[in-house]
Write a protein that binds this ligand. Structure first.
Ligand SMILES: Cc1cc2nc3c(=O)[nH]c(=O)nc-3n(C[C@H](O)[C@H](O)[C@H](O)COP(=O)(O)OP(=O)(O)OC[C@H]3O[C@@H](n4cnc5c(N)ncnc54)[C@H](O)[C@@H]3O)c2cc1C
Length: 479
């Protein structure tokens, strides 16, 4: 039934039902249930169709949100999907994992007083319906072009660029060191936020659309950047950031103190049905253990909630600032809290204790002092305010930095910033090496899926412009 818009005055915000904490902690399924069509239409009709759509302005993809909300309210779902997918390569994934509270929904004009339109849930509904109905098609070039593009990294940035370039008719090969495409969408983000099937079906469509995947191929080890430049007319580097930030405190090297991504990759692999010796032998398995996770971002929240599902005896999150200053999404903090995670705010590890392996954490109480030059309050220890926690597994989730890519690729001419991210001309997205472009976290630093998609799409446009500008230069044929 077609709904009139502006219904926020009479209709309350309703998110899709969330599975009960006890039920969802016992399995790996997604937390939120799907909207039924009627509920999606009704919630979409709450949009005020405001003159300046701040949701769109604050979306990294500038998604035309008011239009697809209106189409959903009118029951015109195929058109809603057309509009949603015109600017977004993976709307069903953004609907699941974007921090909407900080982006579109956080900037909805009815947010103040009426609570925002449930944009993410409607986006997920539209695209899941499109998959069900068969409206989602593989990239289909109108004409083939003989030039080829090599993309290093099959995460959201590399996959989004591949889809755009293939649609334009280029011969596209994606190289990834992992055995599956998807990057952190497969091996970082846990199943309870993003079911793996949702990523795999996109990958399968790209294979159907003629995109070549060279998996288990680590660039720098199995093939050099120089070889890729010889082989392809342009190369895009979209390798993400993976070097875990460490903690310099006594006991940090003890067995049982592990890096967040090692832990999450093992868990995701296990869920995908792989043999994971580190999981089987208990090194990366929280079952029956007292787990302490250090950090307060989304990765930390993913670790604590994974540990709950693995059957940990207790799960504690240590974060040196307070709840209000947590970098992670408040929605995920709330979910973790409901699932039984204990939070120790304003607390930092002083030492990891134990002889042959970790047995505990000695922590220090902190307080927030004066702001520094960036305006953020400094964290300072409170004297004589330590406490101890029992821990059989400590997971360090303190963020990620880029690997040393010029060294890994043996390409000293690849310039990096002082943070180690790749330096590009921000207008053309090209590095100092002609024909070598870069996009996603490796340029931006650890960020979000939606920014990866945006950068990948932009890079595709720039690569197309670069190849077109070369005009008649003979291209190297794809293999
Ligand atoms: C635990 C965790 C949870 C997250 N949760 C969210 C969330 O809920 N919402 C959100 O929006 N964002 C989230 N993020 C961030 C988001 O996943 C990243 O910002 C995004 O995936 C970056 O995309 P990318 O394509 O730049 O890199 P990646 O996704 O990291 O992909 C890079 C790819 O490059 C490959 N690669 C690297 N080096 C080489 C090489 N030498 N040769 C070949 N291949 C190589 C890697 O194997 C990988 O597949 C999360 C991140 C983590 C770690």
């Amino acid at each position: 039934m077609a709904e009139k818009m502006l219904q926020f005055v009479r209709l309350q915000q309703r998110q899709p039902d969330k599975r009960d904490a006890g039920e969802r902690s016992a399995d790996w399924g997604e937390v939120y249930q799907a909207f039924a069509q009627e509920a999606a239409g009704a919630q979409a009709s709450r949009c005020s169709q405001c003159g300046v759509p701040f949701c769109q302005v604050h979306c990294p993809l500038n998604n035309n949100i008011p239009d697809w909300l209106k189409l959903t309210a009118e029951g015109r779902l195929e058109e809603a999907y057309e509009v949603a997918s015109a600017t977004n390569t993976f709307p069903e994934i953004c609907g699941r994992v974007c921090p909407q509270d900080r982006l579109c929904e956080g900037n909805c004009v009815i947010e103040k007083g009426f609570e925002s339109v449930t944009i993410g849930a409607v986006e997920k509904f539209i695209t899941d319906t499109a998959w069900e109905k068969g409206w989602v098609k593989p990239p289909m070039p109108v004409r083939e072009r003989h030039q080829s593009i090599g993309i290093i990294g099959a995460g959201p940035a590399g996959m989004a660029a591949a889809e755009r370039l293939r649609t334009m008719g280029y011969q596209v090969t994606l190289y990834d060191r992992h055995d599956r495409a998807g990057g952190l969408m497969i091996y970082g983000i846990p199943n309870f936020k993003l079911e793996k099937e949702v990523v795999v079906r996109r990958w399968q469509q790209y294979v159907m659309g003629g995109i070549q995947f060279r998996l288990n191929t680590s660039v720098g080890r199995d093939i050099t950047l120089g070889e890729l430049r010889q082989k392809h007319d342009a190369v895009l580097i979209a390798t993400g950031v993976y070097k875990a930030r460490d903690i310099a405190c006594p006991g940090a090297d003890l067995p049982g103190v592990v890096a967040a991504l090692d832990y999450l990759i093992a868990s995701n692999r296990k869920g995908l049905g792989d043999d994971v010796p580190e999981f089987e032998n208990g090194a990366l398995n929280a079952e029956g253990k007292h787990v302490v996770v250090v950090g307060g971002g989304d990765t930390a929240m993913d670790c604590v909630r994974t540990a709950v599902r693995q059957g940990a005896a207790s799960v504690t999150c240590l974060y040196r600032r307070d709840k209000a200053n947590m970098p992670g999404s408040m929605r995920e903090v709330k979910n973790a809290d409901e699932e039984g995670v204990r939070f120790e705010w304003l607390a930092a590890p002083e030492a990891f204790t134990g002889t042959d392996r970790v047995e505990g954490v000695r922590a220090q109480r902190m307080h927030l002092g004066l702001p520094d030059a960036t305006g953020r309050q400094q964290v300072e220890p409170i004297a004589n305010a330590g406490f101890a926690l029992k821990a059989d597994l400590v997971i360090k989730a303190l963020g990620f930095d880029p690997e040393d890519l010029p060294a890994a690729f043996n390409e000293p001419a690849l310039p990096v910033t002082r943070w180690g991210t790749l330096k590009v001309d921000h207008r053309t997205m090209m590095t100092a090496l002609p024909g070598v472009f870069a996009a996603g976290d490796i340029v931006r630093g650890a960020s979000l899926v939606v920014w990866g998609i945006r950068d990948g799409r932009d890079a595709a446009e720039q690569i197309h412009g670069f190849i077109q500008a070369r005009g008649e230069t003979p291209a190297i044929a794809a293999e």
